[in-house]
Design a protein. Structure first.
Length: 551
């Protein structure tokens, strides 16, 4: 019997160990694909087997956050492949996996998914669907207490209103979001919401207002690169070109319309060029750009894809309840399976306990027999011990008397020693304990700061070994500071590294490079670290707060 029990125990232990190893490998794979997504990797068809395996595994073995992330990453792969309907279905399944009632719900990822869905609907000219998911995204941002993200999402609501040609609503929501962002000192974000307003005031021939908004956008949006070009602003070039054309600056308008075409806004750019050459009455150029505009305006493929997306969305919403029922049935089946396994393990445990009990009972009976024999022997010895009891009591009295004499003799000596010990302990407590800084550790800190001080061609982000060295250097040479940032509740490894780079005066762009992420994520991490360490919400005050502690 005991051999069977041992074999079963070893088998169960092996199964548990194999399951744990498999879980860790799949979680590492999920984390890797997630990091690639945050680094703006363009996914190709080669990624499909990986994300399919993640979905299949975590649907059965993952928690709600892991299931949501797996479906979201699969949607990102299909999105980059141009398969918008399949991507939409993956995004919707990902949102269904989220459990917002749990405190550990990954609200940031859920918000990102809604944002991707909004972009997809906007690309397909589906404003009603876009408004629905933007409302959900804003609700998630407020729930996550991310005020800036919530206000930015409110500003994005101008996009579907613009597609619906509801220009009054565009102006209302954009100004509302801008005013609240400006009240919080977010000038850059507020300026980035101006393009829809610029387009509308140009349509309304309010050119003075348009010029004023153009100047604010180019000065404060932060999208002007070193060459004087605006990043990702193709439609903005078209609106600015229209403004130039209306005021007679036709040459500048032509340049801006060409920039719009280069940025990928063919239809808008060719429409503007056609308008300019029509004003100049140049037949050859009119014919050329009329043909190009007609080609860009051919939307048959777009309309087909739009109808497909609408069908997928409608069919998904229609069958959602059915899938929920199927999921509950699978959960019930899993529960029954787990119940059977639990009962089997319980029976095995009971059998093991019974075996142990019978063995214990046999040992106890043997002990009782041995004790009975020992009692008989002790009773025989008791009579003899009673005879010597008087002698023993006399000896105890003598020893007590001797001990009292010794105690009186050395009482003064012990008191003196105790006083000396107390004095030494007081001196030890008053002596400061300092550890000399290690020059090698300080050199490690300076080398790390120089490495991230400026981007050089061929640079790679710090690896785990480099991070361990810099963290060890801070712990040794700036122990109080390092203990402060690592022992606060909620501080993750990313938060600690953000604090280290902040006191070393590393720029946000290099922080994003070092952590393989983007600037918005860095801003979010700084705000979170500032809130956990100092109770402040702004990202900008984290650095001065840390510098006051860093000596």
């Amino acid at each position: 019997m005991k051999y069977i029990i041992h074999i079963i125990s070893v088998f169960l232990m092996a199964m548990v160990l194999a399951s744990c190893t498999d879980n860790e490998a799949m979680r590492q794979r999920l984390s890797y694909v997630s990091q690639c997504n945050r680094a703006d990797t363009v996914f190709t068809e080669a990624w499909l087997p990986t994300v399919d395996s993640l979905v299949n595994y975590f649907d059965c073995h993952g928690n709600t956050n892991e299931k949501m992330m797996a479906h979201y990453l699969k949607g990102r792969v299909h999105h980059d492949m141009g398969e918008s309907p399949i991507a939409l279905e993956c995004y919707q399944k990902a949102t269904e996996m989220a459990d917002t009632t749990r405190k550990d719900c990954d609200l940031y990822t859920l918000y990102t998914i809604y944002g991707q869905m909004a972009n997809l609907f906007h690309e397909q000219y589906l404003p009603e669907h876009e408004m629905q998911v933007l409302n959900l995204a804003e609700h998630v941002a407020w729930k996550d207490k991310d005020t800036l993200t919530a206000l930015w999402t409110l500003g994005l609501m101008a996009r579907p209103y613009y597609l619906k040609n509801d220009t009054d609503s565009v102006l209302i929501v954009t100004q509302m979001a801008r005013n609240q962002l400006l009240s919080k000192g977010e000038v850059k974000m507020a300026a980035q919401l101006l393009p829809p307003i610029i387009s509308i005031v140009v349509d309304r021939a309010q050119y003075d207002s348009a010029y004023r908004y153009i100047q604010v956008f180019e000065k404060e949006s932060g999208r002007l690169d070193e060459g004087g070009n605006l990043k990702g602003a193709g439609i903005y070039y078209y609106d600015k070109g229209r403004c130039m054309m209306a005021t007679g600056s036709l040459d500048s308008a032509v340049v801006l319309f060409h920039m719009s075409v280069v940025a990928g806004y063919d239809e808008a750019g060719y429409r503007g060029l056609l308008s300019v050459y029509t004003m100049r009455n140049m037949p050859d150029s009119i014919a050329k750009y009329a043909k190009l505009f007609a080609s860009a305006n051919d939307s048959s493929l777009l309309n087909t894809n739009q109808q497909y997306v609408e069908q997928v969305s409608a069919s998904y919403n229609f069958s959602r309840q059915q899938r929920i029922a199927e999921r509950k049935e699978r959960e019930a089946y899993r529960w029954r399976t787990n119940a059977v396994a639990t009962v089997s393990i319980a029976l095995l445990a009971i059998l093991s306990l019974l075996t142990v009990f019978y063995r214990y009972r046999a040992r106890r009976l043997q002990e009782i027999n041995d004790l009975t024999k020992a009692r008989e022997i002790l009773e025989m010895m008791l009579a003899e011990k009673e005879k010597s009891a008087l002698v023993m009591r006399r000896e105890v009295t003598r020893l007590n008397t001797k001990n009292s004499n010794i105690h009186r003799t050395h009482k003064d000596e012990i008191s003196c020693l105790q006083s000396q010990i107390a004095v030494l302990q007081q001196k030890l407590a008053e002596t400061p304990w300092t550890e000399k800084p290690d020059a090698n550790m300080e050199e490690t800190i300076y080398r790390f700061k120089d490495r991230l001080g400026i981007f050089r061609t061929g640079d790679t982000p710090p690896n785990d070994e480099e991070w361990r060295k810099i963290e060890k250097a801070f712990d040794h040479n700036h122990h109080a500071f390092y203990r402060f940032i690592t022992t606060r509740d909620g501080m993750t490894l990313e938060h600690v590294r953000i604090c280290i780079m902040a006191v070393l005066e590393i720029t946000e762009s290099m922080m994003a490079f070092a952590l393989i992420t983007n600037s918005r994520r860095i801003d979010r991490l700084k705000r979170q670290a500032n809130r956990k360490l100092f109770g402040e919400e702004k990202a900008s005050s984290l650095k001065p707060n840390l510098r006051r502690l860093f000596q």
